[in-house]
Write a protein that binds this ligand. Structure first.
Ligand code: CMC
Length: 427
């Protein structure tokens, strides 16, 4: 394999180094191209641009492979736990038993937030979308923890990780409780991370909260599936914001905002809204397939297609099975699940979707599980954020440890050329 590529332009040749990753991915390094030639590369949406070298997550969209630090998502989601995978993502190796117990205990020590945060929450109307509230509260944590993380100290990084993982589920649950007009809950450190999060969300003051192990297991698995996904929109955002040396909470708050959009994490909410609309409209799946294929109709089949996967999203396969299991264990029959399966069957046989390699993605079935667990649609993307948090932290730390330069893309200017200013009364 050659270690250089040649670019020829305007009679001149430029040599560009070629790098090969550990999974044999090949990248042409254009870092010095502009300096040598004055030419930039143009790639809207960064569809073909590697923004960094990363050792955290590998995915092969053509083959449908997803691995965190070399371990397959199938094995991790079956055998591991959310916090164990968080340790793996952030620190690079699976923890020993002692390391895992210490990590869990240290996160629990951070499971309080300042009472003054409630004043900020009180300022939001009940109708506020929980993702907006979550982004604002994450940013507000900076005010209560103003000392920036010393990225040169392993201990400071470890403490910041525990702090972020400890506090984020509380503000996530509070965003939900606020939207429901319910009193806020505090952590119960006798519970594991995911069970505690469920309790923070659902405990009502008049009743003892009983943990349902099957539900907690399903939720933990869902969170694992969302933990990282290399340079997606929100993670790239966290890295770019952090590259200006903005703090961890500020960077994560930006990541939450990026995740909110319906083309990214907001798709899980959009999927359920779409399935409900199809149900209300008489369940005519074919009609919606036609709409999705119509180039003049902005409607897209939510939960279908992916920037990187041109094959089944491996997470979707796991979630589809989990959706069946959760509904069965809770004794729920959800007509929406039937519509989802019918939609998937029709789309997977349809030439339009086959040709464009549009398969169900992680969001297609996750909403059905959230619905079965009694989580309101508006909270779905918050659940995604709680899952994605370890990935954001791991990527932020990697970016700082690798001393990456500030994220600052170029552009191809296509606007007006220099022209004289015309006074307002002469225009
Ligand atoms: N329904 C109908 N047509 C679609 C869809 C869809 N869901 N997705 C892509 N296409 C078509 C698109 O119209 C285009 O057709 P043509 O070549 O005729 O113009 C072709 O497929 C390629 O689409 P694209 O927009 O260039 O692909 P992209 O890589 O820029 O977009 C995507 C990826 C995920 C934004 C897009 O597939 C989409 O909007 N899907 C629905 C939203 C969704 O489910 N998002 C969750 C993504 S997974 C979780 C996450 O990342 O947060």
């Amino acid at each position: 394999m050659s270690n250089k590529a040649i670019l020829e332009y305007d009679g001149k040749k430029y040599e560009l180094p070629v790098l090969v990753g550990t999974e044999d991915e090949v990248a042409i390094d254009i870092e010095k191209l502009r300096g040598q030639s004055g030419i930039i590369t143009l790639d809207p949406g960064f569809k073909n641009t590697g923004s960094c070298k990363s050792a955290i997550t590998f995915l092969d969209g053509e083959k449908g492979i997803l691995q965190y630090r070399g371990y397959t998502i199938e094995e991790l989601s079956e055998k591991s736990s959310f916090i164990e995978v968080a340790f793996l993502l952030i620190f690079g190796e699976l923890p020993t038993k002692a390391e895992l117990e210490k990590f869990k205990a240290d996160i629990k020590k951070e499971s309080m937030i300042s009472e003054e945060m409630k004043n900020i929450l009180d300022g939001f109307p009940r109708s506020a979308h929980p993702m907006g509230v979550l982004s604002a509260l994450t940013s507000a944590l900076t005010a209560f923890n103003p000392i920036p993380v010393n990225v040169n100290s392993k201990e400071a990084i470890y403490n910041a990780v525990c702090k972020t993982l400890g506090k984020f589920p509380i503000i996530s649950a509070w965003a939900y409780r606020n939207s429901q007009g319910l009193p806020l809950n505090y952590s119960d450190n006798s519970l594991d991370y995911t069970a505690n999060f469920m309790r923070l969300m659902f405990k009502i003051p008049t009743e003892k909260y009983v943990v349902n192990p099957a539900v907690v297991k399903a939720m933990d698995q869902l969170l694992i599936l969302h933990e990282d996904h290399e340079q997606n929109c929100s993670t790239a955002t966290v890295r770019v914001v952090g590259s200006s040396h903005a703090g961890l909470f500020a960077s994560i708050s930006a990541g939450v905002s990026a995740l909110w959009g319906p083309l990214h994490g907001g798709a899980n909410q959009a999927v359920i809204e779409m399935l409900e609309a199809i149900q209300k409209d008489g369940g005519d799946v074919e009609k919606y397939i036609l709409k999705a294929k119509d180039p003049d109709d902005p409607f897209r089949l939510m939960g279908f297609g992916h920037r990187v996967y041109k094959n089944f999203d491996p997470r979707a396969k796991i979630i589809k099975k989990a959706a069946d299991d959760v509904l069965e264990s809770l004794g729920i029959e959800d007509p929406i699940l039937k519509i989802a399966k019918h939609l998937e069957d029709v789309a997977l046989k349809d030439e339009y979707f086959v040709q464009r390699k549009l398969y169900p993605n992680v969001d297609f079935y996750s909403g059905i599980i959230y619905r079965a667990l009694g989580i309101p649609t508006e909270m779905f993307t918050v659940m995604f954020a709680v899952g994605r948090l370890p990935g954001w932290i791991a990527q932020w730390i990697e970016m700082r440890e690798n001393k990456e330069p500030i994220g600052r893309p170029r552009q191809l200017y296509v606007g007006a050329t220099k022209r004289p200013f015309v006074e307002v009364d002469k225009r």
